[in-house]
Ligand binder design. Structure first.
Ligand SMILES: [Zn+2]
Length: 265
C-alpha cells in the first residue's frame, strides 16, 4: 500500500501520460483498473486469448482508457474446435467497432512440439489475419521461437499494420520492421539481445507493454520498460514516454482525450 502511494507521488512529477500496448486485464487479480489509470497509464490495450477472455475483454473495455484487442492466441489454437473458432470470428466481426486490434494472435513453437501442433496454430493464425484484413484492423503478434514463420505468413497475407509484442528477434529483423513501418513493444525486462535492437531501432517503431499478468504485475510496469529505452536511447524519461504514447495511440488509431490533472483529482 505504502509503495503505491510513493509511486503515485513519484510519477506526478513526470507530467506525462503512459500507454500499455499489450496486457491481459481479464487475467489480473487486481480488478481495480482505475488505479492504473489514475497512476498515469491513460491508454491500456488489453488482449483476449480465448472465448472466455475475449468476452471478458469486451466487457472490461470502455474505449476511453481501456481498449480491446480480440483474438485466439497460439496456446488456445492448439485445442480449439471449428465451432468455437467460428464463434470467436463472429464475435469479433459483430464488435469490430469496439476493438482496436486483432490480438493476441501468432505462433509459439515452444509449445507446438510437432508438425500437427504447428499446423493447427498456423491455421488459426491465418484465419485471424484474414479477419484483420477484412476489418482493416492492426494485429498484435506473439512470435516466440517462430518469428521467421510468422514473417513468412504476414508477407503471404500482405498484412499492413503489425505490432510484434514482446519482441525477441535480433538485429537482423530491423530492416524488415523499418521498411514496413511495423512496431515492436518492449516488456519491462532487459535482455542483451533486445537492448541491441532498442539501440538501433528508430523511436517511431517502439511501444512498451506490461504483458501483465504474464510478465509485469500491472500496466504500471510499463514505466520500467520506458526507463530501459530512455537509458539506452539517452533520451530523458518524459520525452521517451511522450513519443511512445503517441506511437501507441497512432498505431491503434486511438483518439481519447486525456487530462492527467483531472484524472488525479
Ligand atoms: Zn500477452
Amino acid at each position: 500500500m505504502e509503495k503505491q502511494i510513493f509511486k503515485k507521488r513519484e510519477l506526478k512529477k513526470y507530467k506525462i501520460e503512459l500507454a500499455d500496448s499489450h496486457c491481459h486485464l481479464d487475467a489480473l487479480e487486481n480488478k481495480n483498473f482505475s488505479e492504473f489509470i489514475s497512476y498515469g497509464v491513460l491508454t491500456i490495450i488489453t488482449n483476449g486469448t480465448d472465448t472466455k477472455s475475449n468476452i471478458e475483454t469486451l466487457n472490461i473495455s470502455d474505449n476511453k482508457h481501456i481498449f480491446a484487442a480480440l483474438g485466439i492466441d497460439p496456446s488456445t489454437a492448439l485445442n480449439i474446435s471449428d465451432k468455437e473458432l467460428i464463434f470467436n470470428i463472429e464475435l469479433i466481426k459483430n464488435n469490430n467497432k469496439k476493438i482496436v486490434s486483432i490480438g493476441e494472435i501468432g505462433l509459439d513453437f515452444k509449445i507446438a512440439v510437432n508438425e500437427n501442433d504447428k499446423n493447427k496454430q498456423k491455421y488459426v493464425f491465418e484465419k485471424m489475419l484474414d479477419l484483420a484484413n477484412e476489418l482493416n484492423l492492426p494485429v498484435s503478434i506473439h512470435s516466440r521461437n517462430s518469428i521467421d514463420e510468422v514473417i513468412k505468413i504476414l508477407k503471404s497475407k500482405n498484412i499492413k499494420k503489425v505490432h510484434f509484442h514482446f519482441f525477441e528477434g535480433d538485429l537482423s529483423y530491423l530492416e524488415y520492421i523499418k521498411q514496413n513501418n511495423y512496431l515492436i513493444s518492449i516488456p519491462p525486462f532487459s535482455s542483451s539481445k533486445r537492448d541491441k535492437v532498442i539501440k538501433e531501432i528508430p523511436m517511431q517503431n517502439i511501444m512498451v507493454e506490461s504483458d501483465a499478468p504474464a510478465a509485469g504485475n500491472t500496466p504500471i510496469d510499463v514505466e520500467k520498460a520506458i526507463a530501459i529505452i530512455s537509458k539506452i536511447k539517452q533520451i530523458e524519461f518524459e520525452k521517451t514516454a511522450e513519443i511512445i504514447t503517441n506511437n501507441t495511440k497512432m498505431f491503434f488509431n486511438i483518439k481519447n482525450k486525456t487530462n492527467l490533472n483531472i484524472m488525479r483529482k
